[in-house]
Write a protein that binds this ligand. Structure first.
Ligand code: ATP
Ligand code: MG
Length: 321
């Protein structure tokens, strides 16, 4: 079973969609699970109302993209179970192990008022994984070390107190699965980029998508070819086109003789892929009752799935009735 999460740290973008959500919706295993990791969006300064709105938005996008609602849940709806398991795992983890996390060092070092949760969130992530008994966790390079921590904690708990947890492993996305920022092809498209000019959001209107794609950074070469190392901007556009239409970027390159024509085709392909998702998402966001029902059912199923692991872990570690 695979478990994947998406953090509502910003609006969901085309990279999230093509690199993750679209694959999730096309389905791998019948019991794979997907969740909106809203508790992970609170490790740095955050705005409560915005977080709540983005959580609903991400959930609606996941449903609108065709992920069956029985495969979905919102992390904070399991905060009791996850809080309890996080504590058990914190008591299984050394301070040094947590402080060694590269993400903590990168995001936390030298910042005033660093939240303790920035140090401990990899342990919450371990709880997300271990509570559900996930065997595989698809993650980008940046999260690999956190899955390694979850692995180490599962092994240590099982070895010290008794076998409870499935030992998870990270599965890395296929090469070339990273969509890049249209304005800065050296960086991946990201929710937390301050300048959104190079980020296409799933809920962007068609005209805005056209404008963003037209302004995409290319290069001074002539002709359209797929050369990711030397021509990253154009390669990114071809990869986006391939993600929307299918096919291989190198084959698609042959269809175009100018960057203008390529950009036109990319914009229209993105608009067509995102249109039904945007429309369905807007409908869902207008129907809070339906979203609330989906959340409630998802939370109940996810809590039930994890309950025996939490109860066993509590008992083995010497706590609980
Ligand atoms: P943040 O900048 O806050 O980390 P993010 O855009 O990286 O946001 P995540 O919530 O970390 O989004 O990731 C959600 C999913 O989207 C993960 O499966 C991740 O691998 C995938 N993903 C994120 N960015 C891209 C991208 N540019 N191209 C392809 N997949 C992506
Ligand atoms: Mg990320």
């Amino acid at each position: 079973m695979r478990l994947s999460g998406i953090t509502p740290s910003g609006h969901t973008h085309l990279g999230n969609y093509l690199g993750a959500v679209q694959r999730w919706a096309s389905g791998r295993g019948p019991d794979d699970l997907y969740f909106v990791s809203d508790l992970h969006a609170m490790t740095t300064t955050h705005n409560p109302a915005r977080l709540r709105a983005r959580t609903s938005e991400v959930l609606a996008i996941l449903v609108a993209s065709g992920i069956p609602s029985e495969r979905l849940f919102v992390q904070s709806d399991l905060s009791r179970e996850l809080g309890a398991l996080t504590w058990i795992l914190e008591c299984t983890c050394s301070y040094g192990e947590a402080a060694r996390m590269i993400q903590f060092k990168e995001k936390g070092s030298g910042q005033p008022g660093v939240r303790l949760s920035l140090l401990t969130y990899p342990v919450l992530m371990a709880a997300d994984i271990l509570l559900q008994g996930a065997a595989e966790v698809p993650v980008g390079e940046d999260q690999n070390q956190h899955v390694e921590l979850a692995r180490a904690l599962a092994r240590r708990f099982n070895g010290t107190y008794g076998e409870v947890f499935t030992v998870p492993r990270a599965v890395l996305p296929p090469a070339g699965a990273r969509i890049r920022d249209l304005g800065d092809p050296a960086s991946k498209m990201s929710k937390s980029t301050p300048d959104a000019a190079g980020v296409v959001f799933v809920l962007d209107e068609p005209d805005l998508i056209r404008r963003k794609v037209r302004r995409a950074v290319t290069d001074g070469f002539t002709g359209v070819e797929y050369e990711p190392a030397d021509r990253p901007g154009v390669a990114n556009l071809l990869e986006i086109l391939a993600g929307c239409r299918g096919g291989h970027p190198a084959d698609l390159a042959a269809e175009f003789s100018s960057y203008g024509a390529l950009k036109e085709a990319v914009a229209e392909a993105v608009i067509e892929v995102l249109r039904p998702i945007r429309e369905r998402t807007v409908e869902l966001l207008d129907d809070p009752g339906e979203l609330a029902r989906i959340r409630k059912a998802g939370a109940a199923r996810a809590a039930e799935r994890g309950e025996h692991r939490l109860t066993s872990a509590m008992r083995l570690i010497g706590a609980g009735a």
